[in-house]
Ligand binder design. Structure first.
Ligand SMILES: [Fe+2]
Ligand SMILES: [Fe+2]
Length: 448
């Protein structure tokens, strides 16, 4: 009885009830050894757990976890309030009802957590021998045994910090640089501001991007949650059209049902800072002949506008001292030859250097006034692969920062990848842009 009381104490009733029910079912189907652990009935050819966990979609009361599995499995996460993993609660992939069985990846949503609270956790999975709807066996649980931890978000977070990476484009040497810097800075959360992918046709390709991201950093997101925002390249490829089957959409309860499809947008408190996530979509018009009429980014941007209109009136945004927005494609560019992304029908004009959006004038018109109304001090973007900072000016009260990307510096040594770091120091929001290639600080700026 004591165990069930503890469960309801830190996980909400829904999650706890689901976890308990599944655990009870598990006990009935799998015989236990004398030591009380489920017996594995066949000799597995290789470990079931193939990767460290990837934390994602950090929020006040929930956290997402995904990890790779080598065969049909139903993944789970044991969560505890203590580093010794005492009184753990097991949360299964698939939530309540039917557990998910997947031979590539386990996706687990942990719900009912307390804001601004540290938890410890361990991943595992039940090996499922699935031979048909009437012929399946649970062969027992396997775990990698390692305990990791995370902290939830919320207004009460003390000394919270964020980092931003972008345009890593599967380039492993660049990923080594930015992930090494993240490891050094130890932020509360990382915003991965798009173009993680080039073009992912298969889940295996996407898993190389998000799960097996770098062999030197196998636990890159095991203790630091990543808030992923799409870049234009993250919409490309057959699997990327359903990328939420690997990098989950955010919890549906975070938004009004009329915004149900906005699975990437967020407005989350990290202490005195509100982090606002927006998705600029593709860098070509829906009418562009290369897009076969299968993109509806114009509607997507307008739906986000209505979401932003409402979310800036919520306490999560109104009551914070600092507000920072993130989106992949820049919302501002002072250079007249840069394509603003609204040149119909095919993004082509002799006025511009590229036949794709270098910046997003449509999003700037839709979102810019709302960001100003909300008192956003800084908009952090990506996409151009070249660090740029523009302070506020008349008509644009927010500063605009573009992170550098992973370029071949033998062709242009002026381009370098960045890690953007934000934290509150002495009552001001301090933002530092780390040039991780030449190992210097490209910008230090404070706000508020
Ligand atoms: Fe890019
Ligand atoms: Fe991009």
């Amino acid at each position: 009885m004591k165990g069930s009381i503890n469960r309801r104490g830190f996980l909400g009733g829904f999650a706890a009830a689901a976890a308990s029910a599944v655990a009870a079912a598990q006990k009935q189907t799998v015989p236990e050894t004398e030591a009380g652990t489920p017996a594995v009935q066949t000799e597995p050819s290789k470990p079931l757990i193939e990767s460290a966990p990837v934390l994602q979609n950090a929020a006040e009361t929930s956290m997402g976890v995904s990890f790779a599995v080598s065969a049909d499995a139903s993944g789970w996460v044991d969560v505890s309030r203590s580093s010794d993993m005492s009184n753990p609660v097991r949360v299964y992939s698939g939530g309540s009802g039917m557990m998910d069985v997947n031979d590539k990846v386990a996706l687990v949503r942990i719900r009912g957590l307390k804001p601004a609270t540290r938890y410890w956790y361990r991943i595992g999975a039940d090996r499922i021998d699935y031979q048909g709807g009437y012929k399946m066996k649970n062969l027992g649980s396997e775990t990698d045994g390692k305990v990791h931890s995370f902290a939830t978000l919320g207004a009460a977070v003390k000394d919270g910090s964020f980092c931003v990476i972008n345009d890593t484009h599967e380039r492993k040497p660049c990923l080594d640089l930015v992930l090494s810097k993240i490891q050094e800075l130890k932020p509360s959360v990382v915003i991965w501001n798009g173009d993680a992918s080039n073009c992912s046709e298969t889940i295996e390709k996407a898993m190389d991007v998000f799960i097996f991201t770098h062999e030197k950093h196998p636990e890159y997101a095991a203790d630091t949650p990543y808030m992923f925002l799409n870049g234009n390249h993250d919409f490309r490829g057959r699997f990327n059209r359903r990328l939420y089957n690997l990098m989950m959409f955010r919890e549906p309860c975070e938004r009004d049902p009329k915004f149900a499809e906005l699975g990437r947008n967020f407005a989350q408190r990290l202490g005195d800072i509100t982090l606002i996530g927006l998705d600029t979509g593709e860098d070509k018009l829906d009418t562009n002949r290369h897009f076969a009429g299968i993109f509806r980014m114009a509607e997507y941007r307008e739906l986000q506008t209505r979401w932003l209109e409402e979310v800036i009136e919520t306490p999560a945004v109104k009551e914070s001292k600092y507000k920072v927005a993130f989106c992949h494609i820049p919302l501002f560019d002072p250079r007249p030859d840069r394509n603003p992304g609204d040149i119909a029908p095919d993004d082509e004009s002799p006025l511009y250097k590229n036949n794709w959006a270098s910046w997003q004038r449509t999003c700037a018109k839709l979102w810019g006034p709302l960001l100003a109304k909300a008192g956003v001090q800084l908009v952090v973007c990506a996409h151009q692969h070249c660090f740029r900072y523009n302070p506020p000016e008349a008509g644009r009260p927010w500063a605009h920062l573009v992170g550098g990307g992973c370029n071949d510096v033998t062709k242009n040594p002026a381009l370098f990848p960045t890690v953007i770091e934000g934290r509150v120091v002495d009552g001001r929001l301090s933002v530092t842009v780390h040039d991780v290639l030449y190992k210097r600080i490209a910008l230090r700026q404070s706000f508020g």
